[in-house]
Write a protein that binds this ligand. Structure first.
Ligand code: AHQ
Length: 238
């Protein structure tokens, strides 16, 4: 074994430490959301800006596939594009997010025109897509491992929306219900790929840095959204 190379349990622990420390479940905006303390405008600003993230997930995943020369890995990763784009018009996670927008009173056209996207959100999401385009595919896979921490957050969020945000039609929450299980499946798949294909200490270190970078992407998106909610006049996003 290469000197300094972490064994799988140690490598997995190093990755989990990043999320435990830096995942956006701790962000003040999510804390307020899960405590039911956000008003409708704040929820709508979050939904409208997160839509830009959702739209770009399949673009990011296609970038990973385009950089990967292992057919078995490409076959396994392909479902992520279909999960978001569906197999036909009106299906998939992006469509479910449009329905969430509609349930919050955001016209579909406004989401699709990216009418409310904040500069900080656009820059963070574009940085994530460019990261996936330019890094070795196992490192880009590692950046998706923020989803190891998503199921607990999704469960908290779903409970909070059902309890505190009853002005949003419950059918709009289908996306979160779907992610409860999908995030667990996807993150386990991503973890095994990372543990197997980041097979030098240098790639292991890059994978840990990739996960930290992605935690920053998610964190700064919420910083931008919270700042816009605190200063709606200046942001022009509401
Ligand atoms: O809805 C989310 C999603 O589809 C994905 C894909 C994955 C990736 O490839 O980076 N990450 C991710 C996430 C989704 N939802 C976020 C949320 O808080 O609702 C969490 C986010 C993630 O944990 O990376």
């Amino acid at each position: 074994m290469e000197p300094g190379l972490w064994d799988r349990p140690t490598f997995a622990e190093r990755l989990r430490e990043v999320g435990t420390r830096s995942y956006h479940h701790k962000h003040p905006f999510h804390v307020l959301m899960n405590e039911g303390k956000l008003g409708p405008d704040a929820i709508r600003t979050w939904v409208a800006n997160r839509f830009y993230y959702q739209q770009n997930i399949p673009i990011k995943d296609a970038a990973i596939i385009s950089n990967c020369r292992v057919p078995e890995v490409r076959r396994g990763w392909l479902h992520r594009i279909i999960d978001h784009d569906g197999t036909r018009e009106g299906e998939g996670g992006i469509e479910a997010w449009l329905k969430l927008g509609g349930a919050c009173g955001i016209p579909r056209s406004e989401l699709l025109e990216e009418r409310h996207i904040l500069p900080g959100v656009r820059f963070a999401v574009d940085a994530y897509v460019n990261f996936a385009r330019t890094k070795p595919w196992p490192v880009a896979v590692a950046s998706s491992l923020t989803e190891l921490f998503a199921p607990d957050l999704m469960a908290q969020r779903l409970a909070a929306f059902e309890k505190h945000y009853t002005w949003i039609d419950a059918s709009g929450l289908d996306y979160f219900r779907r992610r409860l299980t999908q995030a667990r499946v996807d993150s386990e798949e991503g973890l095994q790929l990372t543990l197997s294909h980041c097979n030098t200490r240098s790639l292991q270190d890059e994978a840990v840095r990739a996960l930290s970078f992605k935690c920053d992407v998610l964190w700064v998106m919420l910083d931008s959204i919270q700042a816009a909610c605190d200063n709606p006049a200046r942001s022009g996003a509401a």
